[in-house]
Design a binder for this molecule. Structure first.
Ligand code: HXC
Length: 514
């Protein structure tokens, strides 16, 4: 009888805390088009799989009128559950409880579940909806954030860390996501900034909306802070589920392999690249022509579109694809493209995911803007990442491979395991026009018909150098292949690379050009 009474009391107590900030605050949350923290977790995880911990944790702040404030769960829900059957750890900040602001106990709930994820070697997902450090708690809140950042760093490269931004996230609430592997945003709902508009107005006297300061599109398109962009919370959760199904759940595991499927017959791979080498095309069509079931999960789709990165499967196994995108800026490498690709390459390497590189680009983007933005430092990240990676690395040169870009896009010289080139590949120090203008300048200037001479010299250059056979004659390319052979050769190369064993000199860690 007593036990029954106690169970009833427990249920009542739970029901109160599970209400978060109460009906009014929930109404406000819903009116903003947002789900509650609890509903988000339930929508993302497998049905009935969520188990919550630390529901009854309470804050201990006594200043600024906090002594009398009861904060349900201290503004964050933490627990474990499954996604497509795979175990994960999760936390979701509850904006209805003091704006999801982070006090010390709130932080300790998060660090506890992060420690759990690291020990159990399962992905950790954080749903962020928070005004940042709880101002009333001062240094204790900052300490809490520091402890989270430390754990983000310790978990980096060991377990996947996923951040979902589902509200106005300020201060520490965006720095933790910045340390994680994948950041998801939703149109109209996600906002990320270091300093909120209220504070900006007070300090700088400038009025700016949350959206303009750091809305979903700003981060998906301009800053690159967000890897995935969705139009609704449910679409965002579907994206997370797809990602989880593709990646290994720790650096000691492989991604779950699935039944291999042939690509769906979309466009014939031979017809994707236009006959005119100056014409653009969508490199994603090549990826779709190669991957199982023609499926490809693109990452950073809206940012630095001149390079395409993402996951697809070959023979049922997850592969990381890095491909220049001729449709955008002719597929050049620039600061953002280099950052985007380099980080992805390191991710694949950390989690044992082989990398397939598809190359078609005229080199690094020249000009004052890029030079002053640090293209030397950013571009070097690509060289570093490919050289550092020990997973199987395969390159297919589809068309242009010029200059530093040729080296940077996983060349033999940076340790590519297999180098293939299509017969129309142009591998040289620079494009034929630029090259002819420099090395035949005298002949062109002295010719009666400068244009005719230029054309003749360009043609000479193309025949001599802008083809795959010079590189093949030196063994820098392993095989010049027909486009229709590409998938089969990739499958074979990956099969052969299964037991690849490659080591780097013993060191604490390298120093990448951040
Ligand atoms: C305490 C906070 C809070 C905070 C919001 N609230 N942020 N309480 N500490 N950091 C409270 C509000 O007082 C309010 O309480 C409730 O949460 C909802 O907030 P609103 O302002 O009504 O909501 P909204 O208009 O949607 O604006 C959300 C917001 C804004 C953009 C996040 O609240 C804001 O600008 N907050 C400050 C953001 C910021 O600059 N944080 C940086 C902290 S420094 P009531 O009771 O009225 O409902 C930091 C350092 C980390 O994080 C260091 C990392 C390196």
């Amino acid at each position: 009888m007593t036990l029954k009474k106690n169970i009833l009391a427990l249920r009542q107590k739970k029901a109160i805390v599970e209400k978060g900030g109460g009906d009014k605050a929930i109404e406000k949350q819903v009116a903003m088009g947002k789900m509650t923290a609890r509903d988000r977790i339930l929508a993302l995880l497998d049905v009935d799989s969520f188990h919550e911990y630390d529901l009854f944790v309470e804050h201990e702040e006594r200043n600024f009128g906090m002594a009398s404030k009861e904060l349900a769960g201290d503004g964050v829900i933490t627990g474990t559950g499954t996604i497509n059957g795979a175990p994960i750890c999760i936390y979701a900040q509850d904006f209805t409880v003091m704006g999801g602001s982070l006090g010390l106990k709130h932080a300790r709930k998060i660090t506890k579940i992060m420690d759990h994820a690291l020990r159990m070697k399962v992905p950790c997902i954080g749903i962020n909806d928070s005004g940042g450090a709880r101002i009333q708690e001062g240094i204790s809140a900052l300490a809490g954030y520091g402890e989270i950042f430390y754990r983000n760093t310790m978990s980096s490269g060991v377990i996947p860390q996923i951040s979902v931004i589902l509200g106005p996230c300020a201060g520490g609430a965006v720095y933790s996501p910045a340390l994680t592997d994948f950041v998801f945003v939703v149109e109209n709902i996600s906002k990320m900034f270091i300093t909120g508009p209220n504070v900006i107005e007070t300090v700088l006297g400038e009025k700016i909306s949350q959206e303009d300061l750091g809305g979903a599109r700003v981060h998906a398109e301009i800053t690159g802070n967000a890897h995935f962009y969705a139009l609704s919370e449910m679409e965002c959760f579907d994206q997370i589920k797809e990602l989880i199904s593709l990646i290994p759940h720790s650096n000691q595991q492989k991604a779950v392999s699935v039944e291999p499927k042939e690509p769906k017959s979309l466009k014939n791979i031979e017809n994707i690249i236009p006959a005119d080498p100056k014409q653009p095309y969508d490199v994603r069509e090549v990826i779709h022509a190669l991957t199982d079931d023609s499926k490809f999960l693109e990452i950073h789709e809206l940012w630095a579109a001149n390079i395409v990165i993402g996951f697809g499967r070959l023979n049922g196994e997850t592969i990381g694809f890095v491909a220049n995108q001729p449709m955008y800026l002719a597929g050049v490498l620039d600061c953002d493209a280099s950052d985007k690709a380099a980080r992805f390459i390191l991710y694949c390497d950390a989690f044992n995911i082989p990398i397939v590189t598809l190359e078609d680009m005229p080199g690094y983007l020249p000009g004052v803007d890029q030079e002053h933005a640090g293209v030397i430092r950013h571009g070097a990240k690509m060289l570093y990442a490919y050289s550092e990676a020990t997973v199987p690395k395969i390159t297919v040169i589809l068309r242009k491979a010029y200059g530093g870009g040729y080296i940077a896009m996983n060349s033999r010289h940076l340790g590519a395991d297999f180098m293939f080139a299509w017969p129309g590949a142009e591998i040289a120090v620079m494009g034929p026009e630029g090259a002819a203008n420099i090395i035949f300048r005298k002949e062109i200037m002295e010719a009666e018909d400068e244009d005719a001479m230029r054309q003749q010299k360009v043609q000479e250059y193309i025949e001599k150098f802008a083809n795959p056979f010079v590189a093949a004659s030196k063994g820098y390319i392993d095989a010049v292949i027909e486009p229709s052979e590409t998938r089969e050769l990739l499958l074979h190369a990956l099969e052969v690379s299964k037991n690849k064993d490659d080591h780097r000199p013993a060191k604490k860690h390298g120093i990448p050009p951040f």
